[in-house]
Design a binder for this molecule. Structure first.
Ligand code: ZN
Length: 264
């Protein structure tokens, strides 16, 4: 196997055969890798196995920086790492951030302790368990018209984006709704149109800060584009031969768009 083929297998502790250890030091939200932890009294979380390599997350205490400024954020790390390394670094950041933000029980305020049998922080007084947070978010490529060169996709430009980039529509799933219902609701809320024929495509861990992106395709049903100005600056239908600037390949949005560009 080449290093590009090695997958990350998340787990609570290392497997029996470990050839090497890698330590992702989490400095703020940035990542710096070393063969040894920079200090042995800092909190460490096991991330998982990449082949026979055991990967750890080191929680660098606030205000300290063993990397002397060399730690890089996850966006920058993406271009330098394999897919497995990027997923491992994202998981490391999320585990550390989870432990940093659940030091005390949310019900009674007692200091929590790390469970040894599962990935949880437990309150020793009232037994409340806190698991790593995951926020499911759906992201949808909406098409209009029959397959072929005249088919269009609906892409929006977020109000926060500094560049004139257009992407798939996305939003968080609400308690009490299915993923498919979330797709229909979010598309309507953001750009005013109704969709049907919602189909799951693939997912992507998205550690900003703890999302799981669930990629969908959907078909246009009816309605005109009316953007929610608090979220979407502009939305338009685009043919393949008139595409705007689209996201980089770090995001599942790009793979949903590329699938459509290449496979119809
Ligand atoms: Zn408690």
């Amino acid at each position: 196997m080449t290093s590009a083929d090695v997958r990350l297998v998340p787990s609570l502790s290392p497997s029996q055969h470990v050839a090497q250890h890698r330590y992702f030091h989490i400095v703020g939200g940035a990542v710096w890798e070393a063969a040894e932890p920079a200090a042995h009294d800092w909190n460490v979380h096991f991330v998982g196995m990449m082949g026979d390599v055991a990967v750890w997350a080191v929680d660098v205490p606030h205000g300290l920086d063993p990397a002397d400024g060399a730690a890089i954020d996850l966006f920058s790390y993406h271009g330098r790492a394999t897919e497995a390394e990027w997923l491992a670094a994202g998981r490391a950041v999320q585990l550390v951030e989870w432990s940093r933000t659940h030091k005390f029980c949310g019900r009674c305020g007692t200091a929590t302790v790390l469970s040894e049998s599962e990935r949880s922080l437990r309150c020793p007084k009232c037994n409340l368990l806190a698991f790593p947070r995951l926020a499911p978010a759906m992201i949808t490529l909406v098409t209009r018209g029959p397959d072929g060169p005249d088919q269009e996709v609906l892409l929006g430009r977020g109000v926060q984006w500094k560049v004139p980039m257009y992407s798939c529509l996305a939003g968080f799933v609400e308690p009490g709704e299915t993923l498919e219902e979330a797709v229909v609701r979010e598309v309507h809320e953001e750009v005013g149109v109704w969709v049907h024929d919602v189909r799951y495509v693939r997912s992507q861990p998205w550690p900003f800060p703890h999302s799981l992106m669930l990629g969908f395709r959907a078909s246009y049903d009816h309605g005109d584009i009316v953007c929610d100005p608090s979220e979407i600056m502009d939305a338009q239908w685009f043919r393949r031969d008139e595409m705007p600037m689209i996201p980089s390949n770090i995001s599942i949005a790009r793979s949903l768009i590329d699938d459509w560009l290449l496979n119809n």
